[in-house]
Design a protein around this ligand. Structure first.
Ligand SMILES: NC(=O)c1ccc[n+]([C@@H]2O[C@H](COP(=O)([O-])OP(=O)(O)OC[C@H]3O[C@@H](n4cnc5c(N)ncnc54)[C@H](OP(=O)(O)O)[C@@H]3O)[C@@H](O)[C@H]2O)c1
Length: 333
């Protein structure tokens, strides 16, 4: 139960979970991190949220990723996480690496969106209150704001670190040119950008194709891949139709139109490659990202302990032979 005393698995650091250095920093992140974008809002069962987070921590996942607006309702994922902190994880705070972000629409009026100092500062204060934390380990500018001087957004990040409200800062969804400015600005103020968070999966190749991965490496920044399972497409979830309890059935961020016959054929073919490797499609999709040392961590979502458990297996085999890589590229052409 949510209010029973939690005691974490003593084998959580037994070597099964791998930790990777985040760019040129002192921080190690688990190869698999857990994101609370979906499934942890006030519309979701609280006990399940506790169970998933506990299971993650029990298995060496130390990094939990949030944002001000995760829910629904907006803010409620941070509240859920705050309940988990208060009821069970507080004694383990120093074993946790918690991130949050601001950049998308959060509250009404001119100060609850984009990249102003006003918004970022106020939003982080709200996030800390919701999560019952004194500081976050990592605070992100969630997206590039073309209408705010980037100096203002970056200086807000610098000052947030100086205030002790975040230990590190990162950027997410930044185009490479803006990212180049951000890396430089932060470096010059001795608050180097710890990490770039970008959408990356077998189906979304921008970080490779647009040079984002390479740029992060050159700047000494880590890279964390969000939606590495393409929101569930790269699993067995949709092989036999659209289950009623799936993200696609809710028709929000994952539209039914995505599941064209062509897409389904690709998923089926990828599933076969995975089976030949002795993996599930989800495991292979995560392993494929983790084969690249430029990817510090893959940031998954899960709507059940069982899903999370399956995905954890991905770390067992993250090497691919040339033949497998070729087969995969052929399928995705
Ligand atoms: N920076 C940004 O702008 C940004 C944007 C998006 C996400 N993110 C971060 O990335 C995190 C992950 O994003 P995501 O949730 O889209 O990641 P994802 O791992 O690609 O998708 C997760 C979803 O896939 C399904 N799934 C996961 N494992 C499965 C399995 N083994 N078998 C079958 N289905 C499985 C579940 O959907 P069902 O609900 O169908 O079960 C689950 O909620 C977020 O929580 C957030 O922290 C950041």
């Amino acid at each position: 139960m949510a209010n029973q005393l939690y005691s974490p698995n003593e084998t959580r650091y037994d070597g099964t979970m791998k930790y990777r250095r985040c760019g040129r920093s002192g921080v190690l992140l688990p190869a698999i991190s857990l994101g609370l974008w979906h499934n942890f809002g006030d519309v979701d069962p609280l006990q399940r949220s506790f169970d998933i987070v506990h299971h993650a921590f029990d298995n060496g996942i130390t990094h939990f990723d949030l944002a001000n607006n995760y829910g629904p309702s907006a803010g409620s994922a941070e509240e859920t996480f705050g309940k988990i902190i208060t009821k069970s994880l507080r004694p383990y705070r120093d074993e946790l690496f918690v991130s949050t972000k601001a950049g998308y629409d959060m509250w009404a009026g001119p100060y609850g969106d984009w990249g102003s100092r006003k918004y970022l500062m106020a939003s982080l204060d709200q996030s800390l209150r919701r999560m019952n934390l004194e500081y976050v380990d990592l605070f992100y500018s969630h997206r590039f704001d073309p209408n705010t001087p980037l100096e203002e957004t970056m200086q807000a990040l610098v000052d947030i670190v100086r205030q002790g409200k975040a230990l590190y800062v990162g950027i997410s969804n930044y185009p490479t040119e803006a990212a180049a400015f951000a890396y430089q600005y932060l470096k010059e103020r001795d608050v180097p950008c710890l990490i770039y968070q970008g959408k990356y999966s077998l189906l979304v190749r921008d970080p490779e194709e647009k040079g984002i991965l390479q740029q992060a490496k050159e700047q000494g920044s880590g890279f964390i891949a969000f939606s590495p399972l393409a929101q569930g497409l790269l699993t067995d979830r949709y092989l036999n139709g659209i289950p009623a309890d799936s993200r696609m059935a809710r028709d929000g961020f994952l539209k039914k139109e995505v599941l064209s016959n062509e897409m389904l054929a690709k998923i089926v073919a990828l599933n076969n490659v995975a089976a030949n490797r002795g993996q599930s499609l989800a495991e292979m999709a995560l392993a494929w990202l983790l084969k690249d040392e430029l990817v510090t961590s893959v940031l998954i979502g899960a709507s059940s302990v069982a899903q999370l458990d399956k995905n954890l297996k991905a770390v067992r085999n993250t090497t691919f032979d040339a033949e497998e890589l070729m087969q995969i590229e052929e399928i995705l052409k």
